[in-house]
Design a protein around this ligand. Structure first.
Ligand code: PLP
Length: 383
């Protein structure tokens, strides 16, 4: 069967997962090597140094490209190193229109590392009219979208914004970390480039750091690959192998995350100590209808406001047991976070207030444990 004809749950296991040609080993070996023997100067079997290419990483890239139906995939040492390479690839003085509620680390990278090279403007990209206005007024070269955003889970209408991007000749980038290609395919919706922190759902087991980019744009891929080879943030063969192992269960994990998240969101919505729950799968979510159209599921991330202030949220965060208080998301185990002081600590207070990131905001990454146990854990902490 051709790779392109396989369904998603087959691709995650078989594309790039073919048995080793030489030995028949069903599980591909980890090519833990920095260099490769040459038969004559410059004559090699396609590999010469592992910063440039490594067979384990090649397998992972092949797998990832197939999941987003892209021609090219590039794997790097972390999500942020990949974003740095993309920023380096843009001509100095580029104007980048950016979702206003992006991952805290992306905000820090853009505003403190690349702020002298490029101009960034942060806007609410869920407002399609505002996006069009800024495409005229600000006249950006690129638009950087995160949908759903982190932590407010705002949904940008990708189809509409990508049509605008094409109309105004703006390159579109979508951070698809929260949905994974299982629930959302930005390239199909018209985006030029998809980026991922593989640290989260793609690997899914909280044991590696990694980034990936998928695109059909050859010249952009070549540029970013050349930069990754020149600057050097490559992923180790062992970490690539772990992602290849973790990704096999992406389809069933995403289903399980979502099933639990829907139950948890509904439970929280009726709890008297909860002010408000934000989950794209709830009818109360302001962009629920767009979410239903452009995503094939709603994911495992939930944000909510607890009634009271810092005392109440701190007590809750200290009392949950199955939900570990930790940075990150997307692993099989449930995590709880306090965006104001954790993932979004590097964002100025004024901006956090504007976005609604207050001390009573709590974010859950709902894992794939038994949902009754998860709800019992929340119930105990809330009471
Ligand atoms: C974690 C995360 C990143 C950064 O990725 P790292 O692998 O931690 O460098 C970028 N975007 C989103 C949405 C994330 O959650």
């Amino acid at each position: 069967m051709k790779d392109a004809d396989m369904k998603f749950a087959t691709k995650v296991i078989h594309v790039g997962g073919e048995p080793d040609k030489e030995t028949g080993a069903l599980m591909p070996p980890i090519f833990q090597t920095s260099t490769y023997a040459q038969s004559s100067p410059g004559k090699n079997k396609g590999y010469e140094y592992s910063r440039s290419h490594n067979p384990t990483r090649t397998r992972l890239e092949k797998n990832l490209a197939s999941l987003e139906d892209a021609k090219y995939a590039l794997v790097t040492a972390s999500g942020l190193s990949l974003m740095s390479l993309i920023m380096h690839s843009l001509p100095t003085g580029s104007k980048i229109l950016c979702s206003d509620d992006v991952y805290g680390g992306a905000y820090r990278l853009f505003t403190t590392v690349f702020n002298e090279k490029h101009h960034f403007k942060f806007i609410d990209t869920t407002d399609t009219k505002l996006v069009e206005k800024e495409m005229k007024d600000f006249s950006p070269n690129c638009i950087w979208l995160e949908t759903p955003t982190n932590p407010m889970l705002k949904i940008t209408n990708l189809l509409k914004v990508c049509v605008l991007a094409k109309k105004y000749k703006v390159k579109s980038f979508v951070d698809n970390t929260f949905m994974s290609p299982y629930f959302q395919k930005p390239l199909e919706l018209g985006a030029d480039v998809v980026v991922h922190s593989m640290t989260k759902y793609i690997n899914g087991h909280s044991d590696i750091i990694g980034g990936a980019m998928m695109t059909n744009n050859k010249s952009l891929y070549d540029k970013v690959w050349t930069l990754q080879n020149s600057i050097g943030p490559t992923q180790s063969p062992f970490d690539s192998w772990l992602v290849l192992r973790g990704i096999k269960t992406l389809a069933i994990r995403m289903e399980a995350h979502q099933k639990n998240a829907i139950k948890v969101a509904k439970y929280l919505e009726t709890h008297k100590k909860i002010e408000k729950v934000i989950y794209p799968g709830l009818k109360s979510h302001p962009q629920h209808s767009i979410a239903k159209k452009q995503m094939s599921g709603f994911g495992g991330m939930i944000s909510f406001f607890i009634k009271g202030g810092s005392k109440e949220s701190k007590r809750f965060l200290e009392r949950v047991k199955l939900f570990s208080l930790a940075e990150s998301l997307g692993g099989v185990e449930s995590l709880v976070g306090h965006p104001e002081t954790m993932s979004h600590a590097s964002i100025p207070k004024k901006i956090k207030t504007e976005l609604g990131i207050t001390t009573s905001l709590i974010r859950l990454s709902v894992g794939i444990e038994d949902s009754d146990d998860l709800i019992a854990d929340l119930e105990k902490a809330l009471s």
